[in-house]
Design a binder for this molecule. Structure first.
Ligand SMILES: [Zn+2]
Length: 397
């Protein structure tokens, strides 16, 4: 992004980025990574400490002489409300500015109507904050949303699984809360959090985050930036057709990848009921979860194993389209289904190998993010937290 940045602001940004990746770190090691004189690095660190963005922690180890004081990013006294909106339920918790959980996760049933949803979410955020006033000053609310948003993150252009189109969501929520609200497509938020949370010296590289929940979202990082496209709608691989004669998808088309691999698709396969793209979900389906199907599979339930393996194979076939289109270095998968990865990975790999065009692409690294790490809530938190540490106009990463 071409903005007029003073060298000082750029250095400050680089220091914060290195601290995020290497904390806790001594001033000497930081100066070495920066390729700067210790005194120059020390001045930047001093400014950041004065601004409350960096703090000094416990002394580190030293072979001889005085032990160096280690530096950390400072979250002290400030927190973020992270919100993960899904079609069936909405989850929320408080985190610090670097995405660490400060409270247990709460959830409520997602309202089907936008105005009712805004009122409900605002009440839940208020309740969370008043129950945990001791966690500090709330800097804002980050919302990971299952749909396509405009570039400003204020309007839901389309959320097929919720049936919403052109809904102003961010500003009404911010007005009710009296707090800044940052919204982003859930998979793009996860991709942003991966850039921001990357550890060590290695840049995150070209990677794809696939979020499998009630729907399927894909966040793409290319050359260190989240791919957005002209309408901020890039990455909707969930609606790439796997078969034009397949099941109905929430978007109104037939045979989308999402209609084969979402949690609802897995449940409908397990229960032998048609895939239900529209709300409300049938009571029979509402009683079963992907977690319970995985538990049944581990208990020897053949129907559960078959349903999961089919999901795995369809998942691999769809991943092949992503690999053929983007050829990423790494694919990360988040969602409840990853708890069954040991069962389904061979089927995923088989589907992938069947459709990739370059043999070597079949070995593309696929890693999972455990459901208990709450990748979507981390993504939501990073929408607010990362921007506190980032200079305005300078892209994270
Ligand atoms: Zn679709």
């Amino acid at each position: 992004m071409a903005t007029r940045q003073t060298p000082r602001a750029i250095n400050r940004q680089i220091v914060l980025r290195l601290l995020r990746a290497h904390q806790a770190i001594s001033r000497a090691d930081l100066a070495r990574l920066l390729g700067m004189q210790r005194s120059a690095a020390g001045r930047i660190v001093g400014d950041l400490i004065a601004q409350g963005l960096v703090r000094e922690g416990a002394p580190g180890a030293a072979d001889r002489g005085r032990k160096p004081t280690l530096l950390h990013l400072d979250s002290g006294g400030r927190c973020v409300v992270a919100v993960d909106v899904r079609v069936t339920r909405t989850f929320l918790l408080l985190t610090d500015l670097v995405g660490r959980e400060l409270t247990p996760v709460r959830s409520f049933e997602t309202d089907g109507e936008p105005q009712a949803f805004v009122a409900h979410l605002a009440a839940e955020v208020h309740r969370l904050l008043s129950d945990h006033g001791e966690k500090g000053r709330c800097l804002g609310v980050g919302v990971a949303f299952p749909g396509m948003l405009d570039r400003s993150g204020s309007v839901v252009l389309r959320a097929p699984s919720l049936g919403w189109r052109d809904v102003r969501l961010r500003d009404p929520l911010a007005e009710r809360l009296g707090l800044p609200v940052e919204m982003e497509n859930a998979a793009k938020a996860c991709a942003l959090a991966l850039i921001w949370g990357a550890r060590g010296d290695e840049p995150p590289g070209d990677l794809v985050f696939v979020s499998v929940s009630d729907g399927v979202g894909v966040g793409i990082v290319m050359a260190g930036e989240v791919l957005r496209g002209r309408n901020n709608a890039a990455g909707e691989f969930g609606h790439l057709p796997l078969s034009i004669d397949g099941p109905w998808c929430a978007c109104g088309a037939l045979g989308c990848w999402e209609a084969y691999v979402s949690n609802l698709a897995t449940l409908s396969r397990y229960l032998s009921v048609p895939f239900p793209p529209q709300r409300p979900i049938s009571p029979a389906m509402a009683r079963v979860t992907v977690e319970s199907v995985i538990a049944a599979a581990r208990g020897g339930d053949v129907k559960a194993v078959t349903a999961l393996l089919a999901t795995g194979r369809y998942f691999g076939l769809g991943l092949a389209s992503i690999v053929n289109a983007l050829d990423p270095a790494r694919i990360l998968v988040g969602g409840e289904i990853t708890a069954a990865w040991d069962l389904i990975e061979p089927a995923v790999r088989e589907g992938l190998a069947e459709r990739v065009l370059v043999a070597a692409a079949a070995d593309t690294e696929i890693a999972t993010v455990a459901p208990e790490d709450h990748p979507r809530l981390r993504g939501a938190s990073a929408l607010v937290g990362a921007s506190v540490f980032a200079e305005r106009g300078l892209k994270i990463g």
